[in-house]
Design a binder for this molecule. Structure first.
Ligand code: ADP
Ligand code: MG
Length: 152
């Protein structure tokens, strides 16, 4: 099942992220897909806030991963600079994906093979300068995620 939301300002993307962040549970993996400047980090900021993270969230572009503490830990990956899957294996990605917290991955298309089957895939498309179409592909336990819809 897929649901689509169009946001017209960055704060609306952050609000959507907050709703998702409230719902995240241990072992959830959120795969973010979208071009540079689409809003992956902006959405992540909202998700982190919804999860109760107080720290400033920014892309771990050089470190590949940042870890934040909220209601549960949040592991934030950015695979932009990742050249091969070996990097992820060296990072010990399983410890994160299947660990005590929730995981968000920017440029997740680079690690498709490694994603758990029930991951939440979010594609962000640029509509115009301040509008984004956000397509959320819900995993099987969709009842939990259905509440994420802004109108729901
Ligand atoms: P990414 O992580 O995908 O490269 P960022 O979140 O870092 O993207 O940057 C998105 C940029 O687009 C920011 O400068 C943000 O202010 C801008 N923007 C404009 N409109 C929106 C919107 N509706 N949702 C998210 N970001 C938006
Ligand atoms: Mg980013």
């Amino acid at each position: 099942m897929m649901m689509s939301v169009v946001t017209h300002r960055p704060w609306q993307t952050i609000e959507l992220g907050k709703r998702l962040g409230h719902l995240l549970e241990k072992g959830d993996v959120v795969a973010l897909v979208g071009e540079l400047g689409a809003g992956k980090t902006t959405l992540t900021t909202g998700i982190a806030a919804g999860l109760g993270v107080k720290d400033y969230v920014r892309s771990p572009t050089f470190t590949l991963i940042n870890e934040y503490q909220g209601r549960i830990p949040l592991y934030h990956f950015d695979l932009y600079r990742l050249s091969c899957l070996t990097d992820l294996e060296e990072l010990g990605y399983q410890e994160y994906f299947y660990g005590e917290g929730a995981t968000i991955i920017e440029w997740a298309q680079k690690c498709k093979e490694l994603l758990p089957q029930n991951h939440l895939r979010i594609e962000i498309e640029v509509v115009d300068k301040e509008s984004r179409q956000i397509n959320i592909f819900l995993p099987e336990d969709r009842n939990r995620w259905a509440f994420a819809h802004p109108t729901g």
